[in-house]
Design a protein around this ligand. Structure first.
Ligand SMILES: [Ca+2]
Ligand SMILES: [Ca+2]
Ligand SMILES: [Ca+2]
Length: 313
């Protein structure tokens, strides 16, 4: 008899919890600690906009998300030195709009299929911006963003879809994918330091259009990768290593002030080169496999070398 009573009590308890989930989730905590802004999500799918409205920093919850239990929180006259944003689990959406951080911005999107985006107005980070995607298929869409020094994006496990447009990066830009099929697109962007893109294993798509960097290194590793460079200019070396797999690289209007090295590695690869010029050496290497190349104006000021290609288109 007692056992039956206990079971009934548990069932009632479970029903009570199940009927009131809203009270437990979807709240983001925001607090100011001196010059530091700390934003912490919960394991629900949090949606927030972090924005400056004049000198006031406003964090607004969207689609049912609350901030400190309210619709929004405002910190008057607050330009943070640093911001630390950790969204935890859930499919989170974070929007930055007209945001100014004097020094560093750190964002950890946490587990879940998350989205980080910029709003209609550009944001400015004084020194370094770091984005950690955590587990899940994360989307990073940044437009019109300025960083005084580095931009670092690591999608971690799961597909990274990074769409970066109209950025001005004061030093290095680093974009790192993982074993999934990552999609990395950069357009109308200037990097005063080196840009490094590592999409790792998986069949990745990398596209750079209207892009300037001090130096550029793209490594796409295992998988059938596709790389498109158009109107790309580097002061120093430009290196592409496609890794094993049947890869396609197209280069249109690409210029390096030093060397261009394209290494296609194992697999049946295709290279299309139109108006490609290296001040010193232009070296294209097909590697093992049945490789094709279209030489529509590939040249090097000191050396041009096209080797280990079997088919000339
Ligand atoms: Ca969350
Ligand atoms: Ca994630
Ligand atoms: Ca990958």
């Amino acid at each position: 008899m007692r056992k039956t009573v206990r079971l009934c009590a548990l069932a009632v308890c479970a029903l009570a919890i199940g009927s009131a989930p809203a009270a437990f989730g979807n709240n983001v905590q925001a607090k100011r600690e001196g010059g530091l802004l700390k934003v912490t999500g919960d394991n629900a799918a949090n949606q927030i906009v972090i924005a400056h409205q004049g000198n006031n920093l406003v964090i607004t919850g969207m689609n049912g998300t609350t901030v400190n239990g309210q619709a929004f929180v405002q910190f008057a006259n607050f330009i943070p030195n640093a911001a630390d944003v950790r969204m935890r689990g859930g499919n989170d959406v974070v929007t930055l709009n007209n945001l100014t951080i004097a020094v560093d911005l750190f964002i950890d999107l946490g587990a879940g299929a998350d989205r980080l985006r910029t709003g209609a107005l550009p944001s400015s980070i004084g020194v370094k911006m770091t984005v950690e995607g955590g587990l899940g298929n994360d989307v990073v869409e940044l437009a019109g963003l300025v960083t005084g020094e580095d931009l670092y994006i690591n999608g971690h496990a799961g597909r990274l879809t990074a769409t970066l447009t109209g950025l001005s990066i004061g030093k290095a830009m680093t974009i790192i994918g993982d074993g999934s099929n990552d999609v990395i697109s950069v357009a109308q962007t200037t990097t005063a330091g080196a840009t490094s893109i590592e999409s790792k294993a998986g069949s990745d798509q990398v596209s750079l259009v209207d892009f300037f960097a001090y130096a550029l290194s793209i490594t796409t590793d295992l998988g059938h990768d596709s790389v498109h460079l158009e109107n790309v200019w580097t002061l120093e070396d430009l290196q592409l290593n496609a890794g094993a797999g049947h890869d396609v690289a197209s280069l249109v209007d690409v210029t390096s002030g030093k060397n261009i090295t394209v290494t296609m590695d194992v697999g049946d690869d295709t290279v299309l080169g139109t108006n490609v010029f290296a001040e010193y050496d232009a070296v294209f290497e097909g590697g093992d496999g049945n490789d094709s190349i279209l030489d529509d104006g590939i040249d090097g000021g000191e050396k041009k070398e096209i080797k280990e290609f079997e088919i000339f288109l």
